[in-house]
Design a protein around this ligand. Structure first.
Ligand SMILES: Nc1ncnc2c1ncn2[C@@H]1O[C@H](COP(=O)(O)OP(=O)(O)OP(=O)(O)O)[C@@H](O)[C@H]1O
Length: 845
């Protein structure tokens, strides 16, 4: 990629601080740093003078570390390593507020400002997210803040047959995992990493492919310990291989140190697992914290304890008891209890130094954490429906049809549960009376919940996730979101078999462990993005089993390998489109469409929900920023073009942050009275920059057929069908006088779908107009673009009655059955074949 240049403001970082791409850094802004407030107000006003494409995704500032006297500005050592010359004068008196341009390093990281914290108390802090490495070419200003011309330094693409880099990358990944593993262990003077964070980091590392090698190196360099000079050299390492090598050296050093400090010094090299189960380490961790007197650490999973620290025999029985106690408390199913007993017996016979010992114990710990029978007291009572109605209404504006369907669903659920409750009472009574046969027959009458899984379909940001959350709240159930986007490996859903070292349960069982109850609401997010059959198994087939009420009461995770009952879980799935969902999976679900919102609806949502939410999130108090309707409409129309309200919420957030900074500045300068909470349309232009959207006009190009904008494969096919029809009728359409001529020889067609449209719909090969989806979105778009008349397929008549009033009133809607009919409306003056000729024409096709 060609380097791109920009002129950007710089933030000198505090001494010994460095930011590399990939993480968020908190920069405290003490009162003696006037450069940052000055820079901020400039950033916001600069945004106004840029075109949307120049805004570089809100990349606003460059974070530059202070230089080290041991290095040149481009990272070369100033003194040779062998030279025992005295250390140059420490740069302790340089700090970011008095630094001159020569004190700054030659490379920095372009960052976007992702938040401002702690306003109102005088000092505040900036949150910046490192995005890309830049080289500082030339300073253009030093005061009131630094500004420089910079060049973006993109990593070169990595060739797939570059074996050297593949090897380095694998090593980098492995050491990264090891670092994580060891940072989970408690050490004197260090608090261990939070298990949740560790898990996220592990997933982050696992998902990097070799193309991300440079980014992973940067990311880990942010985390690993190292001197300022070492980190600066990583920042200056433009060559990916060089960078990885440097980071590997740092990681290796820290991992070795950590190994020694947790006294597992003896375990080294090839015995190290490629996948470390952080869950288990979390637990080991917890145990150690509770019993600090326990010497040494058991070897980690899969690591043979060749000379590893011996376990304290005295403690062993306690540990077994503890595990046994946990398993008892978990109220295992009879099947699980049998397995647990067997494994416990095996464990007792093993030496803790055996690799197998940890594997087995880990497994038993997992068994004890699965909620086999624990449930949240369900709120399915008399008042369930009214409470659910209120919850849905409180959290969401509009969406009447969707709410109605969700309530119906809950009503059915409630009905089934009350039948089962009655039966259960009778069963208990029969069992008490020892009438076992009657009990069995009553049991068989229990209603198995075969209600389909709800699938909320709609564009991003229309409220799918938040609807599901409201349902969970209304039912008083725990909520857990499982992100399926990009799941390619069946084992991610179903776990790894235990034969695989450091295996783990899959997403479903982990979700259950996390919520700790058997009846949560699971949101299966982006089910349309789950991969299909490949050499890592078939994740969509695994999902099928999860969602099938016939099978899911005996769901088997490969790791757990004992049937788990998922029938009490309320699954709600979401998808952006139905096109990519495998038909058998789609068949299991009942779709509820969430179409996009009209401008009016968005305004209501913003006023009632998004603005109060953003004001609170950004630490402002009520009355410190006031949006009026005109301002909100401006943001909707000029800065967002989307079916949902996600970007709208984001833009409102940006405005709140800008006002927060303004308020903080006014307060610092003791001019609070000059601060104006009311926003005007001009303020919006000032804060959000020039309008992102005016009109999207299709550009004229030459050539044959051009498809641009947001087009899926389905629409591409539709265009082809339409073109075939036109070609076949070129003569009747008077496009040519010669029926054999190729009409596309001298013509070009450009189909452009504006972003935010739902691409769907077509004519049949015979020219019959078929029904299309997304009528509401299409007509909202048409109204927004100032269209007066629309032609709709006759089969879509039913959709028109559900349209918002403002759309029905603003548009003349004409229904057509055949493309000829449509053309008569579009070009009324031309002479088209009459109805009587249609049959003849069609029969020629
Ligand atoms: N009708 C509505 N009323 C109030 N707030 C809404 C409404 N629709 C969406 N929102 C808000 O918009 C934001 C985005 O919604 P949400 O995250 O639920 O979208 P989503 O459809 O799940 O998107 P994605 O598919 O990208 O996950 C949330 O803050 C949500 O509360």
């Amino acid at each position: 990629m060609a380097p791109s240049k920009a002129k950007l403001p710089l933030i000198p970082l505090a001494k010994d601080t460095i930011l590399l791409p990939g993480i968020v850094l908190r920069i405290p802004v003490p009162n003696d740093r006037p450069d940052i407030p000055a820079l901020l107000s400039n950033v916001y006003s600069r945004a106004a003078s840029k075109t949307p494409s120049q805004r570089l995704d809100n990349v606003n500032v460059v974070c530059v570390p202070l230089n080290s006297l041991l290095l040149t500005r481009d990272g070369q050592k100033t003194i040779s390593e062998n030279e025992h010359s005295p250390k140059p004068k420490e740069s302790s008196d340089i700090n970011p507020s008095n630094a001159s341009k020569n004190d700054l390093f030659g490379y920095g990281v372009a960052a976007k400002i992702s938040g401002v914290e702690g306003r109102g108390t005088g000092e505040f802090a900036l949150l910046v997210e490192g995005v890309a490495r830049v080289k500082i070419e030339k300073f253009t200003q030093e005061s009131p803040f630094f500004e420089a011309e910079v060049t973006y330094m993109h990593d070169d693409a990595i060739s797939s047959d570059d074996v050297a880099i593949q090897g380095l990358f694998a090593h980098l990944k492995q050491l990264s995992r090891h670092l994580l593993f060891f940072t989970l262990l408690p050490r004197p003077g260090f608090s261990p990493l939070s298990p949740l964070l560790a898990r996220r980091l592990e997933i982050y590392i696992a998902r990097r492919g070799v193309q991300d090698a440079g980014r992973l190196a940067d990311f880990m360099a942010n985390i690993v310990e190292g001197s300022l000079e070492e980190k600066l050299q990583v920042l200056a390492a433009l060559d990916v291989k060089d960078r990885i090598e440097r980071v590997i050296a740092l990681l290796q050093r820290q991992v070795d140190d950590l190994k020694n400090s947790v006294s597992i010094a003896s375990f080294t090299g090839p015995g190290v697992p490629s996948n470390i189960d952080l869950d288990q380490m979390t637990k080991l961790n917890g145990r150690r914290t509770r019993r600090p007197g326990m010497p040494g650490m058991p070897p980690p999973p899969g690591m043979a304890g060749r000379g590893g620290a011996p376990m304290d025999d005295e403690q062993e029985p306690n540990e077994m008891d503890e595990l046994k106690g946990k398993l008892d408390a978990a109220r295992l199913t009879p099947e699980a209890a049998k397995v647990a007993d067997r494994e416990l017996k095996r464990l007792k016979k093993m030496s803790p130094a055996q690799a197998e010992y940890q594997v087995t114990r880990n497994y038993l710990e997992n068994l004890s954490e699965i909620p086999w029978s624990a449930v949240t007291e369900s709120h399915l009572g008399v008042e369930t429906l009214s409470r659910a109605r209120k919850q849905l209404d409180d959290d969401h504006y509009g969406l009447e049809k969707v709410k109605k369907r969700l309530l119906e669903y809950l009503a059915v659920l409630k009905l089934k549960q009350s039948i089962n409750d009655d039966l259960n009472t009778q069963v208990a009574k029969a069992e008490e009376e020892k009438a076992l046969e009657r009990a069995e027959s009553l049991k068989s009458k229990r209603v198995v919940d075969k209600s389909p899984i709800l699938l909320l379909v709609g564009p991003p940001g229309v409220g799918k996730t938040s609807l599901a959350k409201s349902i969970a709240t209304a039912l008083g159930r725990k909520f857990h979101r499982i992100s399926l986007g990009g799941v390619r490996d069946e084992a991610e859903i179903r776990g790894h078999r235990r034969t695989y070292i450091a295996a783990m349960p899959g997403l479903i069982v982990n979700g259950l462990k996390k919520v700790g109850v058997a009846n949560p609401v699971f949101l299966l997010d982006e089910i349309d993005k789950v991969g299909t059959s490949n050499y890592h198994g078939d994740p969509s087939a695994a999902m099928l089993e999860v969602l099938d009420p016939e099978q899911n009461h005996t769901f088997t995770d490969h790791y757990v390998n004992i049937p788990i009952d998922l029938s009490k879980v309320l699954f709600i799935a979401t998808a952006n489109s139905l096109d990519t969902i495998p038909p058998p999976l789609l068949d299991r679900m009942e779709t509820i469409n969430l179409p996009g919102y009209t401008t009016l609806e968005k305004r209501h949502i913003a006023m009632r929900h998004l603005i109060p939410k953003q004001i609170q999130t950004n630490g402002l108090g009520p009355g410190q920023v006031e949006f009026n309707q005109e301002v909100v409409s401006k943001i909707i129309e000029s800065y967002t073009r989307e079916a949902g309200v996600r970007n709208l919420e984001r833009e409102i957030g940006s405005v709140c942050r800008a006002k927060a900074v303004e308020y903080a500045e006014a307060k610092d300068a003791r001019h609070v009275e000059k601060y104006k909470p009311q926003l005007s349309v001009e303020d919006i232009e000032e804060i959000l920059g020039i309008e992102k959207y005016d009109e999207e006009i299709a550009e004229k190009t030459s050539g044959s057929v051009q498809l641009t904008g947001k087009l899926g494969d389905v629409l591409k096919e539709s265009v082809e069908v339409a073109l075939s029809w036109v070609k076949a009728h070129a003569y009747e359409l008077s496009l040519t006088h010669d029926p054999t001529e190729n009409i596309m020889k001298k013509r070009s067609i450009h189909v452009h779908c504006p972003s935010g449209a739902i691409p769907k719909g077509e004519i049949s090969l015979r020219g019959r107009v078929t029904a299309v989806g997304g009528i509401k979105e299409k007509l909202i778009g048409a109204l927004r673009a100032g269209v007066k008349t629309v032609l709709l397929p006759a089969q879509n008549r039913k959709d028109v009655k559900d349209l918002p009033q403002e759309v029905k009133e603003g548009l003349q809607i004409i229904h057509v059955q055949h493309i000829w009919e449509a053309m008569r409306y579009v070009w009324p003056e031309s002479h088209w074949p009459g109805e009587e000729n249609l049959a003849g024409i069609e029969s020629r096709l």
